[in-house]
Design a protein around this ligand. Structure first.
Ligand code: ZN
Length: 471
């Protein structure tokens, strides 16, 4: 690591930070979900243009996905951002009690306003550094929509958007600063639609074939299946259409949506096939017809020790985020709205000894193995085609539940902005180190090739499925 380059990167981030605090706040103010992020994407496009990036819109045919590139020749380093919000999490900023701005409205309950603006700030600092030093390399910012429930990046990967990228980096707002362990679940979300025959349930029940019965039997069957699946698997369902409100009509149509998760994509795909068999069995038992259709799918995140070590080294060099007494006081007020379990679980999942500190004041050691909360992310598919790693940046009171009003409430606070700027510094310095050290890029690429040699990547999405349909 070249210390002069790191300091240059940090200074370039500081020089630009006001624009990106404004961008983050603007996105927070216009929370949009699931492929409808038109104003948020427009704000990111405007920021890219204002800073002289070459912009490509509608990446992979997705209206709210975009890419900005700067520099010429050399390696291509990508920093990935997001800007989608969540439904039902509207909340007044800075308030320590639930009060929506708009009842039932959207809110940035996962901090993606910070994620996108911080990633773009890092990319801008790298661009400034390339110009200042006359270095041959390209830096890209990818604006990725619909992380929440839409798996946009899986579609972007399928479309080859990242094929000429050498390294991809990202981050996520969290409780603690460190790296995000590459441990997530592959998932397929799949709908099962049963079609039977309507009939008067009292007068002619023998003529009816109930689609609702099929859904119920399928769910019972899957509940028995649970005992015989790998222990890290998760299977959950929601009935989208129970067939109507009238008990005296045999339900002719019913739809159940399943999410099937496992540690590895191949195991997840096997499990989906087993769930399909249960659905077929339910159709057979009820003399109904069953049709299944995949809604979205995501792969597990692959490890890349070279890149995780690089990001961690740059975080350690930078040191913890410089929160002040006002930040800690606000974080303590937010913690007062949380349960003891919320706070305990945050320490446990990070692998950090519990204390009464309201904000992270350390860099979680690289070797720390907490008890990660096993979710899924569409960054998984990116990690199968490009060497990838991501940072966790402390932006919130320790214990803040994910996807909560408390998280929305903190998204415009000075502490959130500080965490965003801090992470942008580590990302920018890491990107510059990669550009300056071709051996690091080769090592990261070799690591990916070794990991995928025996199980090459195959998109978990059906060929004909288009982003944003059927959700
Ligand atoms: Zn998120």
């Amino acid at each position: 690591m070249n210390a002069a380059n790191s300091h240059a990167a940090w200074d370039l981030v500081d020089a630009r930070k006001e624009d990106f605090i404004a961008l983050s706040d603007a996105v927070w103010d216009t929370p949009e979900t699931l492929y409808l992020e038109h104003r948020s994407a427009a704000a990111h496009k405007a920021a890219l243009e204002a800073h002289g990036f070459r912009v490509t819109e509608a990446v992979a045919g997705i209206e709210t996905a975009l890419m900005g590139e700067a520099g010429e020749g050399g390696p291509v380093i990508a920093i990935l951002g997001e800007y989608d919000a969540l439904p039902g999490l509207s909340q007044v900023a800075g308030l320590d009690r639930p009060e929506p701005i708009e009842p039932g409205g959207n809110g940035h309950g996962c901090g993606h306003n910070l994620l996108g603006a911080g990633a773009l700030l890092a990319a801008t600092a790298v661009k400034d550094w390339l110009e200042r030093t006359g270095t041959k390399a390209r830096i890209r910012y990818y604006g990725c929509p619909a992380e929440e429930g839409g798996a946009a990046k899986t579609f972007m990967v399928r479309d080859g958007v990242f094929d000429d990228v050498d390294i991809a980096l990202s981050w996520h707002p969290m409780h603690f600063t460190g790296i995000i362990p590459p441990l997530t679940l592959a998932v397929t979300m799949i709908d099962f639609e049963f079609t039977g025959r309507a009939s008067h349930a009292a007068v002619a029940p023998h003529l009816g074939r109930s689609a609702l019965d099929a859904v119920e039997l399928m769910n019972v069957g899957v509940n028995y299946l649970r005992e015989h699946v790998p222990s890290d698997s998760r299977i959950h369902y929601a009935i989208l259409d129970s067939g109507g409100r009238a008990p005296n009509v045999v339900q002719a149509k019913a739809v159940v949506r399943y999410s099937v998760r496992a540690l590895k994509r191949v195991d997840m795909e096997k499990l989906v096939e087993r769930v399909k068999k249960v659905a077929e069995g339910a159709a057979l038992m009820t003399e109904t017809k069953m049709r299944s259709s995949v809604v979205t799918a995501m792969s597990d995140v692959l490890d890349n020790p070279t890149l995780y070590a690089l990001l961690h080294r740059n975080l350690e060099h930078l040191g913890p985020t410089d929160f002040d007494e006002e930040d800690r006081a606000f974080a303590r007020r937010m913690q007062a709205t949380m349960s003891a379990e919320d706070i305990e679980v945050a320490f446990l999942s990070a692998g950090v000894a519990q204390s009464d500190k309201p904000l992270c004041d350390l860099i979680v050691p690289l070797a720390t193995r907490g008890v990660p909360m096993l979710g899924s992310t569409d960054l998984g598919d990116v990690s199968w085609v490009v060497p990838f790693a991501q940072i966790a940046g402390a932006t919130q009171a320790i214990g803040t539940p994910g996807h909560s009003w408390q998280l929305t409430a903190q998204g415009k606070s000075p502490m959130a902005h500080k965490g965003m700027i801090h992470t942008a510094k580590a990302l920018a310095a890491s990107a510059i180190e990669l550009i300056e050290t071709p051996d690091l890029i080769s090592a990261a690429r070799a690591d990916l090739e070794a990991r995928t040699a025996r199980a090459p990547y195959a998109s978990p999405l059906p060929k004909e499925l288009r982003a944003g349909t059927g959700i």
